[in-house]
Design a protein around this ligand. Structure first.
Ligand code: PLP
Length: 372
């Protein structure tokens, strides 16, 4: 009944880093354990990040490290997680972890969650009595949507599951619990032979993939749903928006109808795991020529040139692990607190505007997809 190999297939994981950062110390993989009665296991009380570290000629470089850590801190704030970890400490812990591991490239997973105080156990939904703990792990991870996906594109479906509503589970917080919704979307997609599912928001507008933001190209113009369509404020999404500016490709954030997906010239996903992945069909309807389109290719090319360090980024996007001190601004890389705050604040401002201003969620009608 099911394509069993597809259901069991996971992303290639050639290496797992043997140490894990835990609350300021490095512990061995085997020692990074939690109690089965921890609050997080029962009630999903975690917030986390996914960050990529790329191999460059200057050694391993973490992509948009501070922006990720700022989003982690924001996610924790939304869930009233009071902790002491700063963006600086978490960023430093990450570069130290990668440096100690000796790996050239990896995927990094910081997570803050509610655990169990064994001296004073608390089992109720109320999370406050349960202590917070923070871990950062890493592993080398292959192409999230398959080895050939980056060039050939993926076949996807529109999910029968809607994305979260903004006033039930905020999609702008990257919480572990949100990924139960993502799992429903992903399981349905792979069970039906697709690589990924696209969720609509509760009004029927396009939201995002189970673990990716989505972009549409029509008549040379790039369109992506706004935060008010219950999306995660993706850092790759923000990078692609900036890349469009660099390439002088017109770009707008706008509500997108499901039908607009089918008649788009090009579609692509963005995400830390998925990077920039073309979509070649939706619900078995071919998108454009059924291949990676020229706009997607230009954006993808620039994205990978930046992540590999071959081309300067529009901002300080790479943190070079081997250069213990922050890289200089002239190199266009290194720590930049102001930049991280700008991205996070822009996301918050956009979400705030959307909540009070209906125009910000003005749907892109079939007609307006077709014309300016
Ligand atoms: C639901 C969801 N949307 C979008 C994204 C893309 O976000 P980013 O580019 O920050 O990885 C992710 C990946 O983290 C995700 O899980």
């Amino acid at each position: 009944m099911f394509a069993d190999d597809a259901r069991k297939k996971d992303v290639k994981t050639p290496t797992i880093v043997s140490e894990i950062w835990h609350n300021g110390e490095f512990v061995k993989w085997d020692d990074a354990r939690v109690h089965v009665m921890s609050h997080v296991i029962h009630y999903g009380s975690s917030v986390f990040e996914g960050i990529r570290c790329y191999k460059t000629l200057r050694g391993p470089a973490v992509f948009r490290l501070r922006e990720h850590m700022q989003r982690l801190v924001n996610s924790a704030k939304i869930y009233r997680m009071e902790h002491e970890w700063t963006v600086e400490q978490l960023s430093k812990a990450t570069t130290e972890l990668v440096a100690r591991s000796g790996v050239q490239q990896c995927y990094i997973r910081p997570i803050i969650f509610r655990t169990l105080d064994e001296a004073h156990p608390a089992f109720g939904v109320n999370p406050f009595p349960n202590p917070l703990t923070c871990y950062i792990g890493a592993w080398d991870w292959g192409k999230y949507l398959g080895d050939e996906a980056i060039e050939r594109g993926v076949d996807v479906c529109v999910s029968s599951w809607n994305r979260l509503t903004p006033n039930s589970m905020p999609a702008m917080a990257k919480s572990g619990a949100n990924y139960m919704n993502s799992q429903l979307i992903k399981m349905e997609a792979i069970t039906n032979g697709y690589a990924e599912g696209i969720a609509l928001d509760d009004r029927g507008f396009v939201s995002e993939g189970s673990g990716e933001n989505i972009f549409l190209v029509h008549d040379g113009k790039v369109v992506t749903p706004p935060l008010s369509s219950s999306i995660l404020p993706g850092i790759t999404r923000d990078s692609v928006i900036q890349i469009c500016r660099e390439l002088e490709i017109p770009m707008v954030e706008s509500g997108i109808q499901r039908a607009a997906l089918y008649v788009a010239d090009e579609l692509f996903f963005t995400g830390t795991a998925a990077e920039v992945t073309p979509i070649r069909s939706v619900d078995r309807i071919e998108i454009g020529t059924g291949k990676r389109g020229p706009v997607t290719e230009r954006i993808q090319k620039m994205f990978f040139e930046i992540t590999s360090g071959e081309r300067p980024a529009p901002g300080p996007w790479l943190t070079f692990v081997d250069e213990h001190k922050p890289a200089t601004q002239e190199s266009g890389n290194g720590f930049d607190a102001a930049q991280a705050h700008k991205v996070a604040e822009a996301a918050v401002a956009e979400a705030a505007t959307a909540s009070v201003n209906d125009n910000a969620v003005e749907p892109l009608s079939f007609q307006s997809v077709m014309t300016e």
